[in-house]
Write a protein that binds this ligand. Structure first.
Ligand SMILES: [Zn+2]
Ligand SMILES: [Zn+2]
Length: 346
């Protein structure tokens, strides 16, 4: 069958990285680490695994980064991958055994690894925090799409443990179902940190997780005011269509000014040092200036913070302080706020 295979080879990676500077096609050339190949199907890791005919396989930001070889070298997750592997983990497909349409929970945690009893994290349903990504009857890997023994979904067929597959109700289309993975990432984060009553929520981002967050916030908390800091043009249009009350700039200085205006203050009256410090966190800056809490969705934030010697553990609090502008709400003026980091917790 046809499959998108990633082969770890320093020579190939170097050739692509150098060639890719001149022509991005080098990232997908014959010499690149990633190639569309004709492969034999792997044996199933155990009896309770099944084959699934792929209907759609979503492109995750992590796939793109891997193919363009621009993942952070210090990202701790790179130690949890085995090669060669077939990419793809945001899948909708049809079970080969029962014919059911299913979506995939890609985590290769205790259950799929045949580990009994499960670790504490798995027992609590927190599969991304599983302690056993390096043990059991699979090679090192955190999810389908980066495991050498489990075919990923960028292929005609992929394989999964029965517990990873969820039947899709008939009224849900394949196009909607394929969003189950990224939308659940945003959903979980929002449920863990619901918007405080009476305060606006600023969603910063122009990708699937951000758009899912906007739609979910509007759906789950109709009373919440939702602002989107997003790229101009079609993305801003999409943010509005999904329910954002305002589409703000994604350029730091402009965004700070816009947020300041909206909360009834000026950018200059915001604490200068705090603003500067926040700006250094690139994306994470401005939303913090009037927020009590910043929720970081997606795995990359954790890597960014870690690489800057800041909070590494998802539960850690990041001691970045900003002064709340006086206007909203009046009682809280001048109190330092805290950033809480949250890693992807779907
Ligand atoms: Zn993904
Ligand atoms: Zn576990």
């Amino acid at each position: 069958m046809q499959a998108l295979v990633f082969r770890h080879s320093l020579a190939r990676e170097a050739a692509s990285a150098i060639g890719g500077r001149l022509d991005r096609r080098a990232f997908v050339s014959r010499l690149a680490p990633v190639r569309l190949e004709d492969v034999d199907e792997l044996p199933l890791p155990s009896e309770d695994w099944v084959r699934v005919e792929t209907i759609f396989s979503g492109l995750c930001g992590s796939d793109v980064k891997q193919i363009l070889l621009n993942g952070a070298r210090d990202n701790p997750l790179t130690a949890l991958v085995s090669f060669p592997h077939v990419l793809g983990h945001e899948a909708v497909g049809r079970r080969a055994d029962t014919g059911e349409r299913v979506v995939l929970n890609p985590w290769l945690s205790c259950g799929p690894r045949g580990i009994e009893p499960p670790c504490e994290a798995c027992a609590a349903g927190r599969y991304p925090w599983c302690r056993n990504f390096r043990s059991g009857n699979l090679p090192v890997s955190i999810h389908i799409g980066n495991c050498a023994a489990a075919t990923g979904a960028h292929a005609e067929r992929f394989s999964a443990h029965g517990s990873q597959l969820f039947a899709i109700p008939d009224q849900v289309s394949d196009e909607a179902a394929v969003l189950a993975d990224p939308v659940s990432v945003s959903l979980r984060s929002i449920l863990l940190a619901p918007p405080p009553a009476g305060q606006a929520v600023l969603v910063y981002g122009s990708g699937t997780l951000a758009f899912a967050a906007i739609a979910l916030l509007r759906h789950l908390y109709p009373a919440a005011e939702v602002w989107a800091a997003t790229r101009p043009g079609p993305r801003a249009g999409l943010a509005t269509r999904l329910g954002a009350h305002a589409a703000l700039s994604s350029t730091p200085d402009e965004l700070i000014a816009q947020v300041a205006r909206r909360v009834g203050t000026t950018a200059d009256s915001l604490d200068g040092r705090a603003a500067q410090r926040l700006l250094r966190y690139r994306k994470l800056h401005s939303s913090e200036l009037c927020a009590k809490e910043v929720v970081l969705i997606g795995v990359r934030w954790n890597a960014v913070l870690r690489s800057r010697g800041r909070a590494g553990h998802p539960r850690d609090r990041l001691a970045v302080r900003a002064v709340r502008p006086g206007a909203v709400p009046a009682g809280d003026a001048g109190r330092p706020v805290r950033l809480r980091t949250r890693a992807r917790q779907n």
